[in-house]
Design a protein. Structure first.
Length: 164
């Protein structure tokens, strides 16, 4: 199972329903921290909770596990865009050694860091300095949401960058 994708789907559908993590947790008789861990891909819901999640979100079990729920990257028209300062930049790193790093960085904070030396930007030893962060920001400002970057290195490392 892809914990990150299941967590991504849970977060997306929870937000579409206008629910907080605590409200969803209450419906499922779990803690808000459990929902947070699911959404960040740090853990998975118990198998007994999955049918209830599907019911709450009005989706099938297949959709809950699916990577194909909607396009990974979408364009948002200017009139429908959120304030970029209220968006998150998500970085997912799976190293060849089995390490998993998940970073959720508010875009407002990322803008402050933008002037720093990007060649020093490493997560779990994987160099992210090669990413053209100016182009990433330009995509976001043009209304592109979802997966912006996906890289599989020859060494077996995997990096994904999302904005939502």
């Amino acid at each position: 199972m892809d914990a990150y994708m299941i967590g991504y789907n849970i977060a997306k559908w929870r937000k579409e329903k206008g629910m907080t993590q605590d409200q969803l947790a209450e419906h499922l008789s779990v803690s808000g921290q459990a929902v947070s861990k699911w959404e960040n891909g740090a853990s998975l819901p118990d198998i007994a909770i999955l049918p209830k999640l599907a019911e709450i979100f009005d989706v099938t079990m297949d959709q809950l596990f699916s990577r194909e729920v909607e396009p990974e990257t979408t364009y948002v028209a200017p009139k429908d865009r959120k304030d970029p300062d209220k968006m998150l930049l998500k970085i997912v790193v799976d190293s060849k050694d089995g390490d998993k790093v998940r970073v959720n960085l508010p875009l407002a904070l990322f803008k402050i860091l933008e002037g720093t030396d990007s060649s020093a930007f490493k997560l779990n030893g994987i160099d992210l300095g090669a990413v053209n962060w100016d182009q990433v920001m330009a995509l976001i400002e043009q209304g592109v949401l979802g997966k912006l970057v996906e890289v599989d290195s020859a060494d077996g490392d995997h990096v994904e960058i999302f904005v939502e």
